[in-house]
Design a protein around this ligand. Structure first.
Ligand SMILES: Cc1cc2nc3c(=O)[nH]c(=O)nc-3n(C[C@H](O)[C@H](O)[C@H](O)COP(=O)(O)OP(=O)(O)OC[C@H]3O[C@@H](n4cnc5c(N)ncnc54)[C@H](O)[C@@H]3O)c2cc1C
Length: 422
């Protein structure tokens, strides 16, 4: 019987093991953690955004790097396939805003339990608490040196590397897969953080720490050239523009809009400009009319006390500071120019990216094993026959919304099946 070793019991490795076993191989899934799916446990804030209801075009739009490489894998195994497995294992799902798919129970642990059960039912064996240190290749296959619960050496005819990326390394993804791939001559596209919060050059966002904004529009503009410090010409088009939620933090900005914007910015986002439209539903003219109405209602008051219907209290001082208007000024003394400046600031609160947070805080790693060296139909290495890759270790990444887990499910299933059948 053909033997397939899979390094990593994350979403990609569990599916790879299940599909290798289902297709007749003796499959063993090895993970250094004592439990499978440790990162999976954290996904979707513990709720697990399993996949997305979008069609393939929607997936492509949400996969800024190497989406085309994934076409065949998505053709072979897509969102309905993972949902069918979960259904069989007794985990019903629900769709939320943006076609995000979650378990009805809102528990990522249910998804992990279902996948472990499925892979075991398919015939895969899990070797947990076991770390792979090195791999040697000879004409008969791969010899793995391992430490921990199943320490020693083990030989496999085929090998699937599903070791994940470089972020949240306490979950086990410490970049070992890159080291293994490099030892076989593979090119590693430099791993960088993606879906990552930003530190800002300006201090004022940090003073607003803890404040979250809902129903605002965030726009992100690329730095025009490396080293630019936040210049943005009127002509420049945003690389990202979306309505949603964001959050001010002790270092700058975070939240769903910011994470998604980071995925669309260049490898080095330093100097990129972020603007927030605090009143996206109002045109500049309608907003000015609204300001006039509020200022009439609160005439004789200080301007900071005349904007409470429009903004949360903590934001008022910042908006006035950025508009260059004294917060204590009486509405009676406010000039038309000052009102215009307030309106412009409300429509375009502007920040400059200093740097992304460290890679360990990233939701996903961009970069990894170059897709030029992997067969997209089988996930087999083009350099080393019998060697396969699956999941985040590959240089392909997507936006938030369940797209990254689908990449892991699809590439895992394809790698497992191909390793067993090729
Ligand atoms: C906080 C957070 C929230 C997220 N939420 C979502 C979400 O809701 N939806 C979504 O689509 N994506 C989400 N993601 C991204 C998603 O978790 C990853 O894309 C996915 O886990 C990648 O799967 P993987 O199997 O490739 O790698 P991983 O899940 O990282 O699994 C790799 C496994 O390999 C093991 N391993 C590594 N090296 C070795 C070795 N030498 N020996 C033995 N074992 C080894 C590790 O222990 C680990 O268990 C989130 C990520 C984070 C950090």
């Amino acid at each position: 019987m053909l033997t397939v070793g899979i390094i990593g019991a994350g979403p990609a490795g569990l599916l790879a093991g299940a599909y290798a076993a289902k297709n007749g191989a003796k499959a063993e899934i090895i993970d250094k953690n004592e439990r499978a799916g440790r990162k999976l446990f954290l996904t979707g804030k513990g709720r697990c955004n399993i996949t997305n209801g979008a069609d393939r075009d929607g997936f492509m739009k949400n996969t800024p790097r190497n989406g085309r490489f994934l076409y065949s894998a998505f053709d072979a195994f897509f969102s309905d396939d993972i949902l069918e497995i979960l259904r069989q294992e007794g985990v019903p799902v629900k769709l939320e805003r943006g076609e995000r798919c979650f378990p009805e129970s809102d528990k990522s642990s249910d998804v992990i339990r279902a996948l472990v059960s499925y892979s075991v039912k398919c015939g895969a064996r899990l070797l947990l608490g076991t770390e792979v240190g090195s791999i040697e290749k000879d004409e008969t296959g791969f010899t793995l040196r391992m430490s921990g619960m199943h320490g020693g050496t083990r030989h496999y005819d085929r090998l699937i590397i599903a070791t994940g990326g470089l972020s949240y390394h306490l979950t086990g993804s410490t970049g070992d897969g890159y080291r293994f791939a490099e030892s076989f001559g593979h090119t590693i596209v430099e791993p960088k953080p993606s879906l990552i919060p930003f530190e800002t050059v300006e201090e004022w966002p940090k003073e607003l720490m803890g404040l979250s904004l809902k129903n605002v529009t965030l726009r992100a503009y690329k730095p025009e050239k490396p080293g630019d410090t936040g210049k943005k010409t009127k002509k420049q088009k945003p690389v990202y523009e979306e309505l949603g939620e964001m959050l001010f933090t002790h270092f700058g900005v975070s939240g769903p809009l910011v994470l998604s914007a980071s995925s669309m910015l260049a490898d080095d986002p330093a100097g990129a400009v972020l603007t927030v439209d605090l009143k996206p539903a109002l045109s500049p003219e309608t907003l000015d009319a609204r300001l006039l109405r509020d200022f009439e209602k609160y005439k004789h008051k200080q301007v900071k006390n005349a904007m409470t219907d429009l903004l949360p209290q903590r934001l008022i001082d910042t908006v006035l500071f950025l508009a260059g208007v004294s917060a204590d000024k009486s509405i009676d003394e406010l000039t038309k120019e000052e009102r215009t400046a307030i309106g412009e600031t409300l429509k375009c609160l502007r920040m400059t990216v200093k740097r992304p947070r460290p890679i360990d805080e990233a939701i996903i790693t961009r970069g990894g094993v170059s897709v030029k060296e992997i067969d997209p139909k089988t996930m087999e290495s083009k350099l080393v026959p019998g060697l396969y890759f699956a999941g985040e270790v590959i240089d392909a990444d997507a936006c938030t919304g369940g797209f990254n887990l689908q990449i892991a499910w699809s590439t895992g299933a394809v790698a497992g099946e191909s390793a067993a059948l090729n």
